[in-house]
Design a binder for this molecule. Sequence first.
Ligand code: NAP
Length: 277
Amino acid sequence: MNDTNTQVLVLGGTGKTGHRIVDRLLARGVPVRVGSRSAQPPFEWEDRSTWAPAMRGIHAMYISYYPDLAVPGATDVVRALAEHAVFAGVQRLVLLSGRGEVEAEAAERVIRNAGADWTILRASWFNQNFSESYLLDPVIAGEVAVPAGGVPEPFVDADDIADVAVAALTEDGHAGQLYELTGPRMLTFAEATAEIGKALDREIAFVDVSPNEYAAGLAAEGVPDDVTELLMYLFTTVLDGRNSSLGDGVQRALGREPRDFYDYAWDTARQGTWDRA
Ligand SMILES: NC(=O)c1ccc[n+]([C@@H]2O[C@H](COP(=O)([O-])OP(=O)(O)OC[C@H]3O[C@@H](n4cnc5c(N)ncnc54)[C@H](OP(=O)(O)O)[C@@H]3O)[C@@H](O)[C@H]2O)c1
């Protein structure tokens, strides 16, 4: 495949993994289309009339489902998307999946059987949850309180996911591969929080709350019920130790080690992301 003559659609192209993929593709001179509600043409998961215009002339597509492949109905939507994609002539599908999610594995099977080349990126919890998502405000406020129960998790960096995605979207040799993407070591949420505190040179407290306390806290903050439900599922079902092992996807796809949480914490601290206003 000629890298420079093929257009890539990045669904979720303004999100944590997507914007990194878009930046990398543009830097390589690969023509890119962002797939999101704010893009032109817009892509909206809930409005299928937006799908065909977004896929027109697309060779390869990165699929980051929102909010999560584990939510009810996600597999059916992904199946419909894959059918649209193959009909539109998309030849390569790269799916971002979640490690330890039974429902995500159903979506993986849909992509594997869609009739296009496929690569699955089955990722563990992102480092960037602490800096670009629901744990950003708690870190800035100085206290992370989640029902994590001391379970070790091999947090993976969104930059590594983006590097693997770009390789799968633009290079040969990744079709038919399922990459388990993790960081190089396991950390509990308490240990990860402590590493961030060290990088910031200020104490960030970690509180291991019960699931009920966590849900009540989210409700008090006005977090919508469906988001609360998803976070509860991730913390109580997925974070039960099933993912407490290292994957080798970054090494297999890129021939290098994944980024360590230490480097993520220190680089992010240096950038001022967690500075108090
Ligand atoms: N966070 C983790 O630890 C973790 C771990 C493993 C897997 N994952 C998976 O990662 C995926 C999320 O990827 P991400 O974290 O890179 O994205 P993200 O940061 O959550 O960003 C969401 C993206 O989706 C777009 N979007 C939101 N609602 C949309 C809608 N209704 N229609 C079309 N686009 C919409 C957003 O753009 P607009 O707002 O412009 O539309 C944005 O580009 C999920 O499937 C999750 O299961 C996450």
